[in-house]
Design a protein around this ligand. Sequence first.
Ligand SMILES: [Zn+2]
Length: 279
Amino acid sequence: MIDLEKNLFFGVQHTLAQEFELFGPGLMTGEICSVRVKPLPEDSGIIFVVDGEEVKLSQSTTYPGFHNLTLRGPTYDVIYIEHLLSVFFAFGVDNALVEIEGREIPFFDGSSLIFSERMLQVGLRPQNSLRKYAIVVEPLEMSDGSGYIKVEPYHEFFVHAVYQRKATREEFVFTEKTFYPDEIAPARTFIYESDLKNAISVGLFRGGDVDSAIVFSDESDTPLNTELRFQNERVRHKILDFLGDIYSFGIRILGKFYIVNQSHKLVREFLKSLKYEVL
Ligand SMILES: [Zn+2]
């Protein structure tokens, strides 16, 4: 049996104590997009307002897009929702309204630092209902050739992440004691020089500039445009993305995860096969 007394995430639901708003260029289009995040009553969940209509966060309203997690809007989709969701997961935001203007969540420096800083400023408000959890009841593993995910039943949320490429091996263990604003939020998106050139040649990343991501040399595996914020910044960003991806499940998952080079697509396939009980 799971001892919920020992689970630090266990407790009442939370929303934001105040609202906040951010705007900036979208990475894909370069157009200015804005996001306004507001408190909501208990048991509301995360609700996006896109093009004047409400879309509740769930597996059926989101899908893995091209290197991003995408929200299915009524008339158009919104890309890059994963970094904001990652912050909601880490801070324990159960209920929030997210009003979006534009077709992307602003990308900023490719990390979730600015969202995390705003959350620290506005703070959280406890609510009257208890949180619900999806508790993993059977081990599961899945691979797609380049990535791997495994989960085992566990009474907390725990992730052991690995990033591997040629001779590089980065590791990070995320637990409920990890201080996300300092240890995960600053970790930026990364891309390899050859992939970036290919993407730009077909018209992608029109809103990108030298500060939107870390560009790594294919050969030397070192950053070309910036200094690293952490020696293992890539695996920290993989955790940042993973937290956002699994929060699209719509309910918090308790389990012990082991992830290697996972993509948004692999996480989605994995969640479809997950065996769990709701508590
Ligand atoms: Zn990311």
